[in-house]
Design a protein around this ligand. Structure first.
Ligand code: NAD
Length: 391
């Protein structure tokens, strides 16, 4: 097997998991603009919670170096993987892809041979536009399907490897990823860039639809005083539906589903649709319903047990509970947050109480998107729609 020089730009969930994946076989340099992250990686400490990454950094003989030096990172690389953020810009109704463009404009003068692989999630049609804007054929898109918290695991055991180019180069990239997996059995697909971009957005929108569906089922049950557990179990035993990813929640959230559904809807401009729009609306409707249910309890102080989206998560980007907090604010309800990963006194303008017993005492109603053993003693105060105690 050939050993390559690989540069990974961005050391978040996508970048760091790709960097560790390839550093088992190739020479990898990780580039980030965030110096503390770079220093941590060089000290073999993971800047994010992911047990596989933490273990690999500590135990494996990785050829991995992190840096903030662009020249050093780019100039000798055979492959440069871009894994920088693409936040949704609600003013333009499109992803903000400026971090990708700034990276490309820095690479091209320093390295005109490397294959640049975009792993960030991008709008449908983006790769063709950016190739023509920068007048380069160096760029290929390959979607990333990992889950946060299981980022390296999902790259070691991927559900599929998709590369957005039907060419020998595309096949080589698919093989590069396949060779880095544990079992070498994942299906690989090469297709045109625009189709590969669509695969990513349609996959995440399907997941959002599934969450929204089980949440609407649960809303129906709550309204009619029916057992959501019985109905979800009965429905899910149909093997075409399946007993997975069916646990009701306050709404879908996290970094990817909210923004990726909105981007797909933006790509539907001039294309007839009802469903894509409805998925996004359904998530809003669900949060409004949850708020009404909470208000019925006439609380003075609503306690928020964790701002995270799911158990084991270390970040709360766009978590559903934040939507609930903002809705509750409209009704002048006092909010108290328990979030032990925060060392501050407040989150936004809301006070934090990280002494668990104190928190449980002070709140009249405690909202938990997912149940936790911490809440057992005060179960009668807890409001959750979690049926299965899993994500
Ligand atoms: N998080 C996920 O589960 C997931 C899954 C699949 C795809 N994606 C997509 O991958 C992309 C990255 O997501 P993430 O969760 O890894 O992001 P992240 O926010 O965790 O990490 C991004 C990193 O990029 C760095 N960065 C920003 N601008 C940079 C620049 N100009 N040069 C170098 N580094 C820079 C940041 O400092 C940060 O460390 C997004 O497009 C996202 O939609 C994310």
């Amino acid at each position: 097997m050939l050993k390559y020089k690989i540069c990974v730009v961005g050391t978040g969930y996508v970048g760091l998991s790709n960097a560790v994946l390839f550093a088992r076989q190739h020479d990898v340099i990780s580039l980030d603009i965030d110096l503390p992250r770079v220093e941590k990686i060089n000290q073999k400490i993971s800047p994010l919670v992911d047990s596989c990454i933490e273990k690999a950094l500590q135990e494996n003989q990785l050829n991995l170096k992190a840096t903030t030096d662009k020249k050093q990172a780019y100039h000798q690389a055979d492959y440069i993987i871009i894994a920088t953020p693409t936040n949704y810009n609600s003013e333009t109704n499109y992803f903000d892809t400026s971090s990708i463009e700034s990276v490309i404009s820095e690479i091209l003068p320093l390295n005109n041979k490397a294959t640049i692989i975009i792993k960030s999630t991008i709008p449908v049609g983006y790769t063709e536009q950016v190739k023509s804007r920068f007048k380069t054929e160096q760029i290929v898109f390959a979607p990333e399907f990992l889950r946060e918290g299981k980022a390296l695991y999902d790259n070691l055991y991927p559900s599929r490897i998709i590369v957005g180019e039907k060419s020998e180069r595309g096949e080589k990239i698919a093989q590069l990823y396949l060779n880095a997996t544990v079992e070498h059995t994942a299906p690989t697909l090469c297709m045109d860039a625009t189709e590969a971009e669509a695969v990513k957005l349609f996959s995440n929108t399907y997941l959002a639809m599934r969450v929204a569906y089980f949440n609407e089922l649960d809303t129906y049950c709550a309204k009619h005083n029916l057992s959501s557990l019985d109905i979800v179990r009965g429905v899910s035993l149909d093997p075409r539906i399946g007993q997975h990813y069916n646990n009701p929640s306050f709404g879908y959230g996290g970094y990817c589903l909210p923004k990726d559904t909105k981007q797909l809807l933006a790509n539907y401009k001039d294309v007839p649709q009802n469903l894509i729009q409805a998925i996004i609306q359904s998530n809003q409707t669900r949060k409004k319903f949850i708020v009404k249910e909470i208000l019925k309890k006439r609380p003075n102080v609503v306690g928020i047990y964790r701002l995270t989206m799911k158990a084991g998560s270390d970040n709360f980007r766009d978590s559903a509970i934040q939507g609930i907090i903002h809705e509750l604010e409209e009704y002048n309800i006092k909010i108290l947050i328990y979030e032990p990963t925060l060392k501050t006194t407040h989150f936004e303008k809301y006070p934090l109480e990280n002494e668990l017993n104190q928190f449980l005492e002070c709140a009249d109603v405690i909202l938990a998107n997912r149940m936790h053993s911490d809440l057992k003693e005060q179960q009668e105060k807890v409001y959750t729609r979690d049926l299965f105690g899993e994500n």
